[in-house]
Design a protein around this ligand. Structure first.
Ligand code: THU
Length: 130
């Protein structure tokens, strides 16, 4: 995997805390300075408090000083043949903090698909309605 963003998403899977689903997800977001911020899913015994890999990556980046809408791309890695897309909650968070960026989905066998977030998440609710 030569693209550092994709390699980072794949590597982040190794840190997943997924004892309930055994479904490890890694995510990575690239900011407009070219820095990469990673995340993995972190599950909880309540199930409902589980946080997806994508949200961990975005919140880590924001907490480290990246400003909203200063992201270029995101990647999501899981071990599925039909590539795993971000859940609805993550699409909302990705839209709010990243806007219409490229979302790359991949698996460990090198299958890759690329989408625009606006296509995955049409007609979003956002700050423009407030
Ligand atoms: N999960 C993610 O981290 N990202 C996705 O895009 C899909 C789902 C996690 C949440 C939960 O820990 C596990 O995968 C099964 O749903």
């Amino acid at each position: 995997m030569t693209d550092p963003l994709l390699a980072a998403a794949l590597a982040a899977r190794a840190h997943a805390h997924a004892p309930f689903s055994n479904f490890s997800v890694g995510a990575a977001v690239e900011d407009d300075a070219g820095r990469i911020h990673t995340g993995c899913n972190v599950e909880n015994a309540t199930y409902g408090l589980t946080v997806c890999a994508e949200r961990v990556a975005v919140f880590k980046a924001i907490s480290e000083g990246v400003r909203p809408r200063r992201f270029r791309r995101a990647a999501v890695a899981a071990d599925t043949d039909a590539l795993t897309p971000p859940c609805g909650a993550c699409r909302q968070i990705l839209w709010e903090f990243c806007g219409d960026i490229e979302i790359v989905l991949l698996n460990p066998r090198g299958k890759i698909e690329s989408y625009r977030l606006a296509d995955l998440f049409p007609k979003p609710f956002d700050v423009t309605y407030l």
